[in-house]
Design a protein around this ligand. Structure first.
Ligand code: NIG
Ligand code: FE
Length: 419
């Protein structure tokens, strides 16, 4: 298949983009891409490519933008139910941490997720996942963390693996058993930490090796936060996970800075996420590390807060900066990376080009997939999107509507209206 007549073909070639390089879209005007099977085989201008591959089945981009599919490296995709009631409570003045301390918040979703059977969980999750795909996300990470017992955590991971096979969007699972202290262990949180290390992590490893098609281990993540897991508890869990061979991630500095970033850098975490209360010292440490700084602007927006990640300082400090949705029922029910970019430009001062790079090649790096996806380069997986507009800057400029017309996933074409 030859996709041709792209007003702008955003290749984003050259690997993940640090510091001042962030936003190098490497545009081919009037571009074309040749796809065979699941892969990108050639790239050039439409004039030369139409001559060279005249027998190839054409797909006319009609002078619209073509770019790599979005990669969302931080979601809590798999859950049951909703928390509309808590949203209303927050609007009436209760804070997220107040609601959590009173047994609501994550615990409410844990109850609903434990109670839901596998098919119900698939049904509710699939709708959200397809919605992400329609909005241009071709690959997403998906965390567990609404089970907090081995049975439900594995049920959530099973849903992630099952949907990965069932729908076109690729899903990379993460074990987040350390999302909250379950009510059963409220008075003995260290015992829960011991259970995670001794029982849950080995079970997750066995389960994943059995069920995952390519025997890849999921990520292990910890919510390092006041009211969740302390720095020491986070260290114990992540060190154990690392020793078992899991790649690791951390939720750090969402509400308070407990020191999660320095732990992430020390342990070589693949990413540190949230990063709202991150200090200058931590930002410098991130800038000198390979840990990707993942910012989630839907979260402060969803909570109606005015403080976002200090993205400009992070970029100036040479961080590998990426964006994600944080899709979850508590703080950010939004899996639309176009909206994430719109927020990133307005509240964190990114340019549209920087937001695009942070949602493609850099977010691929946040899940360790930068050699396979995230850019339009020969040999990479054919995961592309075609917009309904001719200028890439429309992406962050217009918001609240879907500018993705066509999704090409592993070389297969999906029209917005056909799913
Ligand atoms: O990323 N921070 C922890 N987890 C989610 C919220 C989860 C929830 O409230 O259900 C977050 O914001
Ligand atoms: Fe999160």
């Amino acid at each position: 298949m030859l996709i041709h007549s792209a007003s702008q073909l955003l290749t984003l070639d050259g690997g993940p983009q640090r510091g001042s390089h962030l936003g190098s879209l490497n545009i081919i005007p009037n571009g074309a891409v040749l796809i065979r099977e699941e892969k990108i085989v050639d790239i050039g201008t439409s004039n030369e490519m139409l001559l060279k591959y005249s027998k190839e089945q054409p797909l006319d981009a009609n002078q619209n933008v073509v770019l790599p599919g979005f990669i969302d490296p931080h979601t809590h995709l798999v859950w049951a139910g909703d928390r509309a009631e808590e949203f209303e409570m927050r609007l009436q003045g209760k804070s997220y941490l107040d609601i959590m301390a009173a047994g609501g918040g994550i615990q409410s979703t844990v109850k609903a997720t434990r109670a839901a059977d596998f098919d119900t969980l698939i049904y509710q999750t699939e709708k959200r996942a397809l919605n992400m795909f329609f909005h241009g996300t071709t690959t997403a990470e998906a965390k567990s963390g609404y089970g907090l017992d081995i049975k439900t955590e594995l049920k959530q991971m099973d849903v992630a693996f099952t949907l990965n096979e069932k729908i076109p969007m690729d899903i990379f699972p993460t074990f987040l058993g350390a999302h909250a202290i379950p009510s059963e262990y409220q008075f003995n949180p260290d015992e829960y930490v011991r259970i995670i290390c001794k029982k849950m992590l080995p079970s997750v490893k066995d389960f994943s090796l059995r069920i995952s098609p390519n025997r890849i281990l999921p990520f292990v993540d910890v919510f390092c936060e006041k009211g969740a897991f302390s720095l020491l508890q986070s260290r114990i869990i992540l060190e154990r996970a690392k020793a078992l061979g899991f790649p690791i991630k951390i939720h750090a500095d969402e509400f308070e800075n407990l020191g999660g970033v320095s732990l992430a850098v020390e342990l070589g975490a693949i990413s540190a996420d949230h990063l709202v209360k991150t200090s200058r010292v931590d930002i410098s440490a991130l800038g000198e590390s390979t840990t990707v700084a993942v910012s989630l602007p839907c979260t402060p927006f969803g909570l109606g807060e005015s403080e976002y990640s200090p993205a400009k300082n992070m970029i100036a400090a040479n961080c590998l900066f990426a964006l994600a949705s944080d899709l979850n029922p508590g703080t950010a029910w939004c899996g639309n990376m176009q909206f994430v970019m719109a927020l990133a430009c307005r509240f964190m001062g990114l340019t549209p080009a920087q937001a695009i790079a942070a949602s493609t090649i850099n977010s691929a790096a946040a899940i360790g997939q930068q050699n396979k996806i995230g850019s339009i380069e020969i040999g990479k997986q054919a995961d592309l999107i075609i917009l309904s507009v001719a200028d890439y800057r429309q992406l962050a400029y217009q918001f609240g509507i879907n500018l993705v017309e066509t999704i090409i996933k592993k070389g297969k074409v999906y029209k917005k209206q056909s799913l």
